[in-house]
Design a protein around this ligand. Structure first.
Ligand SMILES: NC(=O)c1ccc[n+]([C@@H]2O[C@H](COP(=O)([O-])OP(=O)(O)OC[C@H]3O[C@@H](n4cnc5c(N)ncnc54)[C@H](OP(=O)(O)O)[C@@H]3O)[C@@H](O)[C@H]2O)c1
Length: 319
């Protein structure tokens, strides 16, 4: 079976696809999943560079959520052959994993959408909960066409926010508009004045920022009184230095958070959030968007479009 390996730290161009033996049959407490589709994300690039918070030493299988069909079960399993599950087994065609590590999915679910929703949507939901966003408040989402950003747009709309989405190209903004964002800004030439004008001079109540750097700096100049800024990530490559006097005069708050933190410190809350999102997904209340699909052999091309900022929503890898 095929597997995508990171065999040395470097760039995504160093990734290799290898044929390895299929996994062993499942023991008690395990299942084997035939993975049909999996998603990739920005944090993979950081991991390949060897700069991720919890670095793994190469060689390792590239990670990420995958969805597939249970093809064998260990003794006494609660799952059955044919069940559809979400697994974090990554870029593999088949995996034997502990039964407790997978998330059973409703039959009939869109497998590609299910493989692509967990990282972005759990991060966006947790962040928006921390921001205590209220219906009618303005939500400024940066990098809104990205995996995190688009999930924040989708959930922000569901929560009744007025969503202002930023992206670097008009093509991305057109898709964001079709997906329900209320206002679109091409932030290549700045965004402060437009945000101020869209909010009658107040600024944005909540700012969802996966980009950091200059974008963060400019956000600090269009926060509403009592505004909340969510520090999600640093795709710009630079964590910004917050000016605390700006926070003071705006009575504003910065909220840094990680999904890893929620999973470690409040796993019950994380579980409830995942169940809520699955319910929303099954009932069409959220709509993960996939702009690109590649077969596993073209894994380098798949990361090329991610690094080249061409993705809207997610990229998925098929067999
Ligand atoms: N806090 C958490 O728990 C958590 C969880 C998962 C991920 N993250 C972090 O969140 C960030 C976003 O992840 P993602 O999966 O949404 O990434 P993504 O799908 O690649 O989207 C990131 C967006 O950032 C924008 N961007 C701005 N400057 C960029 C640059 N120099 N290079 C690449 N993109 C740039 C791009 O939009 P434009 O081209 O339109 O500017 C892109 O759409 C990452 O830093 C990731 O590590 C945080």
């Amino acid at each position: 079976m095929k597997v995508v390996f990171c065999e040395k730290f470097g760039t995504h161009k160093d990734l290799v696809v290898r044929e390895i033996d299929p996994p062993s049959s499942p023991a008690a407490g395990e299942i084997t999943v035939d993975v049909s589709v999996r998603s990739i994300q920005f944090s993979d690039i950081v991991r390949i560079q060897g700069n991720y918070q919890d670095n793994r030493e190469p060689p390792f299988i590239m990670g990420g959520d995958g969805v597939g069909v249970v093809s064998a079960v260990g003794e006494g399993s609660q799952l059955a052959e044919g069940d559809i599950v979400l697994t974090g087994a990554g870029c593999v065609e088949q995996a034997t994993v502990p039964e407790t590590s997978v998330l059973p999915l409703p039959s009939g679910i869109d497998m590609a959408a299910a493989s692509s929703f967990r990282a972005g949507y759990t991060t966006a939901l947790h962040g928006l909960q921390l921001s205590r966003i209220q219906p009618g408040e303005s939500l400024l989402v940066h990098g809104a066409a990205g995996g995190m950003g688009l999930a924040a747009v989708d959930i922000g709309k569901l929560m009744g926010a007025r969503v202002i989405a930023t992206a670097s190209s008009d093509d991305k903004l057109a898709i964001l508009s079709s997906l329900g964002a209320d206002h679109m800004i091409n932030y290549s030439d700045g965004f402060r004045d437009e945000v101020k004008s869209l909010t009658n001079g107040r600024g944005a109540d909540v700012i969802f920022d996966p980009v950091g750097g200059d974008v963060f700096d400019e956000s600090m100049r269009c926060i509403a009184p009592y505004g909340r800024v969510l520090i999600v990530g640093f795709t710009s490559g630079r964590p910004a230095l917050a000016k605390t006097n700006h926070l003071l005069v705006k009575d504003a708050q910065l909220i840094g958070y990680t999904m890893g933190g929620l999973m470690r410190h409040d796993p019950k809350k994380h579980e409830i959030n995942v169940a809520t999102l699955l319910d929303w997904l099954a009932h069409g209340r959220i709509s993960p968007y996939i702009s690109h699909q590649f077969p596993m052999d073209d894994i380098v091309d798949a990361y090329d479009v991610l690094v080249g900022r061409k993705v809207v929503g997610k990229v998925v890898i098929t067999n």
